[in-house]
Design a protein around this ligand. Structure first.
Ligand code: NOJ
Length: 749
């Protein structure tokens, strides 16, 4: 039977244009899908909509467990999180022996690298370097593809204002414009130009939608959100990813205004498939079809299957709801055969587009695997990425970069992250937990390892003192830190969060450095020059460090090349150019906090000003604003130049500024453009990012940086439920962060 099916469908078409568009290959895929669909029984069809978990959860030998039986019986369309390469071959062979021999598609969370571990996605976003992000994803996808994965549950494009939420590490931060550009870059990197190229895999844009707006920053919690906020803050990156050709989407766990996202017809059918015309396949999140029952929005599996399928969802990740409920739902007349067929078509189209029918083993070539995984150039890219992601928040007196001819020769490297390579450090939960089992602590270059070599080469002397490694810092830890600092000219403190402090289900109610690490600063001899390096997955607060440390460098969770990248930045080999993709609050009490807030009727100008929108105990401004990050050089901005002061609708608005490197070394700057609509029909944010460019300037060099705004950029989701630009005054701002900007106005007529 397998041969008959394969012979009727084999042809060597590429799936260019992915699943959108109507080019020849898509039409050919459609013909092949219809031919196959006509042969499928109801059980075959329901089987294709079923995704089950592989060895990452069960840890079992597939030959012994139930998985093979289910695959052989045609009850499985996809397996997620399967690691063992040989077993994937066995599973694929077994699928080919099932009734119609439909190949499996293997899905995997490739979140910040597959075998080569890169910085967390939030860190990557801090690079504001879309080419870099695309290259990272290209490598991650090529490694995953070579290891038999065909599909990644990435990019996560959830916007969030809430650093308490553990999953902010997985997104691109708080801004929908930056988030959209990152989403597109990730899709381009993962899928390449052609999904049928076996070094590319299918992307899965998640979590649709509004998962990052969970109440209280608590994972899986409910979301209450206006349509306007949904359209302006949440959906743009999803739309951008859909338009970039993303093959699949994933539902989110949360309810949105009471409706579980997996059964939200408004989102899936009206907006995603309707308004955006997206043609791909949508998978549930882990058991989210089943959780519609727990939400209290479905009575049982039949009801859940009916509601999820009817909303437009296609594949059931592990809940078994479709297996248990879909046949009955059909028999009861609650869903139609046509609805089931449509979902199956979408699954089959994906498999055809990936070329799995042409060669089910095209991702299972052991020679390619050996030649692709962890190539040295992948490590080089990981180093470049980690260095370009780091954000310099403070550098009083130009303490950094470390100067071999300066007064500080003896350096004390202190802290829990100085040399530790346990699988709790430097890496996010995704690299440690169910997401990626490939984390190998022996592959991490620690700060101590890299700095020992790099600094001693330059004539510095380095001591390494690990403290606060377990549980709470003890008095002994503090005194060890003090002694090490006393004998040094300069201290580098490596503090932060463990990998297990962030990611899914890892939310926090305080943003202070864990285990009282910051208190180490109190024990250091007064006035000791200090650099704090923060290994973090989220915005944190560190008031004491801001007072006591001259330099603060946000290194995030940088991946395998942590130490080398840090050495590159501390020594000035790489001039830091990262900018915060999320506001860093003064304390958790300010959360949610974001730069693109409304003005209110009583904006606070100064702390303490009564009857304004503020706090009694601290200013309402953040510790570090969105878009902020220092360099070892300085950049000056000219006044903004615009050719006119009034524009007609439909005309583009050209804005330019001259940026000059006025410091002593070459550097990169992220030039950011924001607007404010001053006279819309509703209140508009005080600033909205509408453009950015990352430029490199040699010492003394100037560049004119130009931006073009379209009417769409000036539009907002208005009270008639449409995107529209109102006539009136707009402000335009350009600068190196969202706070320190040049300003100009123009009229839209
Ligand atoms: C649940 C997570 O929410 C989702 O992002 C992930 O892709 C799936 N588990 C599969 O691991």
């Amino acid at each position: 039977m397998k041969n008959i099916i394969l012979s009727c469908i084999v042809c060597s078409l590429s799936a260019v244009g992915m699943l959108n568009g109507q080019n020849t290959s898509v039409q050919n895929i459609d013909t092949r899908v219809e031919a196959l669909l006509a042969k499928m029984s109801l059980d075959d069809k329901i089987g294709q909509l079923n995704q089950v978990v592989g060895d990452i959860s069960t840890g079992t030998d597939v030959s012994k467990d139930d998985l093979l039986k289910q695959v052989r019986a045609g009850q499985v369309g996809s397996i997620l999180s399967h690691t063992n390469f040989e077993n994937k071959i066995t599973l694929q062979k077994t699928a080919l022996k099932s009734n119609l021999g439909i190949p499996l598609v293997f899905g995997f969370d490739v979140i910040h690298g597959y075998k080569t571990i890169f910085p967390i996605p939030l860190a990557q976003a801090a690079s504001w370097d879309m080419d870099l992000i695309e290259r990272i994803e290209r490598v991650a996808a090529a490694e995953a593809a070579a290891d038999g994965q065909n599909w990644t549950f990435s990019p996560m494009v959830d916007i969030s204002y809430d650093p308490r939420w553990g999953r902010v590490m997985e997104g691109a931060g708080e801004d929908p414009f930056l988030g959209s550009r990152v989403a597109e870059a990730r899709v381009r990197g993962i899928q390449g130009k052609d999904l049928s190229d076996p070094t590319t895999i299918a992307a899965c844009v998640k979590h649709f939608a509004a998962y990052g707006f969970a109440e209280g920053g608590r994972d899986y919690n409910s979301v209450d959100i206006s349509e306007q906020k949904l359209r302006e803050m949440v959906l743009p990156p999803f739309e951008a990813a859909a338009k970039a050709g993303a093959a699949t989407f994933m539902n989110s766990f949360n309810t949105i205004n009471g409706v579980p996202a997996s059964m939200d017809k408004h989102l899936i059918t009206d907006i995603l498939r309707g308004e955006w015309g997206w043609k791909g396949m949508i998978v549930s999140d882990w058991a989210s079809f089943g959780e519609t029952i727990t939400h209290g929005a479905a009575e049982d599996e039949v009801d859940a299957a009916t509601k999820c399928l009817s909303a437009g969802s296609d594949m059931d990740m592990v809940s078994g709801v479709f297996q248990k409920g879909l046949r009955k739902a059909l028999e009861k007349g609650r869903v139609t055969q046509a609805q089931i067929d449509e979902a199956v078509r979408r699954v089959l189209r994906l498999k055809f587009a990936l070329g799995l029918f042409d060669d089910p083993f095209r991702y299972l070539d052991s020679k390619r695997r050996a030649a692709t995984l962890e190539k040295p150039e992948h490590r080089e890219l990981a180093r470049e990425a980690a260095a370009k992601s780091m954000v310099l928040l403070q550098n009083d007196g130009g303490l950094l970069p470390l100067n071999p001819s300066g007064p500080f020769r003896r350096i004390a490297l202190i802290g829990p992250f100085a040399d530790s390579r346990t699988n709790k450090d430097y890496m996010s939960f995704w690299t440690l937990g169910v997401g990626n089992p490939y984390y190998d602590s022996t592959k991490v270059v620690t700060p101590a390892q890299a700095l020992k070599t790099e600094l001693e080469k330059k004539g510095f002397l380095l001591t390494v003192t690990e403290v606060c490694l377990n549980a709470t810092c003890t008095e002994k830890d503090y005194s060890l830190a003090r002694d090490a600092a006393r004998d040094a000219d300069l201290v580098i403190l490596c503090l932060g969060e463990n990998g297990l402090d962030c990611g899914e289900s890892r939310c926090v109610s305080t943003l202070e450095l864990r285990k009282e690490q910051e208190k180490i600063l109190k024990y250091l001899p007064s006035g000791k020059p200090t650099v704090m390096v923060l290994f973090n997955s989220r915005p944190m607060d560190f008031k004491l460090a801001a007072e006591k440390a001259q330099s603060i460098l946000v290194a995030w969770q940088p991946g395998y090349e942590a130490g080398n990248a840090l050495a590159d930045v501390l020594t000035g080999k790489v001039n830091p150019s990262g900018k915060l993709p999320m506001t860093f609050p003064r304390s958790v009490g300010q959360v949610p906090i974001h730069y693109n807030h409304l003005n209110t009727g009583r904006p606070q100008q100064n702390f303490g000003q009564m009857w304004t929108s503020g706090y009694l105990d601290q200013p309402s401004t953040p510790a570090y604003p969105f878009g902020f990050g220092l360099s070892y050089t300085k950049f000056s901005y000219s006044k903004i130049s615009m050719s006119k002061s009034a524009y007609k609708r439909g005309e583009t608005v050209d804005v330019s500024v001259t940026v000059t490197n006025t410091g002593d070394v070459a550097g990169e700057e992220v030039v950011q453009l924001y607007i404010r609509d001053m006279s819309a029909d509703i209140s508009r944010p005080v600033k909205e990012l509408k453009g950015f460019q990352k430029i490199r300037l040699e010492k003394g060099q100037s560049k004119i940086v130009s931006f073009r705004l379209s009417e769409k950029d000036l539009s907002y989701w208005n009270r008639d439920l449409k995107f529209k630009a109102d006539p009136g005054t707009f402000k335009v701002f350009v600068g190196g962060n969202s706070r320190d900007v040049q300003e100009m106005s123009f009229e839209l007529q």
